[in-house]
Design a protein around this ligand. Structure first.
Ligand code: SF4
Length: 197
């Protein structure tokens, strides 16, 4: 899936991180017919390793914009995980957290689910991003709401810049669906690598 055959190296690095007590998360996307068999082994890593394994719903930010039926949404992920781990219980999260986290009895780490496509956590989202082209995004799904590069090139003062950013944030879309509807260029297709994560 990653187009690199470096599994042993990745595992070695992972073990080093955990041994050194560095807070570590593994983000994974489960895709129908491609890696469904990885769900349990990945989740099982939390039994022996004090790390977070988080399952993220598939998003259209792949450079192609493919948007088929979402098979592994957060409900299915949770249902499937509950079958394997009946003791799985939601734990309180930080404000504005994007993941819903679960503890499993006897597990050193936690399992998380991120409803990145269903967009059920927009109400508490506090994320903003700046693309490499200098576009401010107040939602992953918008097409850029403020051209910061242009403002900088025009010599806008720091105060002017701060005011423009504040205005953009104050006027952010209600949720990811509204942000997507407001885009000039639709459908969403850009690669996550061009967005800034
Ligand atoms: S507002 Fe946008 S970036 Fe924030 S959680 Fe919703 S979809 Fe994601």
């Amino acid at each position: 899936m990653t187009r690199r055959d470096d599994f042993a190296q990745v595992m070695k690095t992972l073990e080093c991180l955990v041994r050194a007590g560095i807070s570590t998360r593994i983000n994974a996307v489960i895709l129908r017919g491609i890696n469904e068999e990885d769900l349990l082994p990945l989740a099982m890593m939390t039994r022996t390793h004090g790390l977070d394994v988080r399952f993220i719903e598939e998003m259209p930010f792949n450079g192609e914009g493919h948007r088929g039926e979402l098979m592994w949404d957060f409900r299915k992920l949770r249902e499937e995980l509950m079958k394997y781990f009946p003791s799985m219980r939601q734990v309180p999260g930080e404000p504005s957290a994007t993941a819903v986290n679960y503890a499993v009895e006897g597990h050193a780490g936690r399992i998380g689910i991120i409803a990145a496509y269903s967009r059920t956590f927009c109400g508490t989202c506090n994320r903003i991003r700046i693309t490499p082209q200098g576009q401010l995004k107040t939602c992953l799904y918008d097409g850029g709401v403020l051209d910061i590069r242009k403002l900088l090139r025009e010599g806008t003062s720091e105060a002017g810049l701060a005011a423009a950013i504040e205005k953009a944030v104050m006027n952010r879309a209600r949720d990811g669906f509204e942000a997507e509807r407001n885009r000039v260029k639709n459908p969403v297709h850009e690669s996550m690598a061009t967005i800034g994560g």
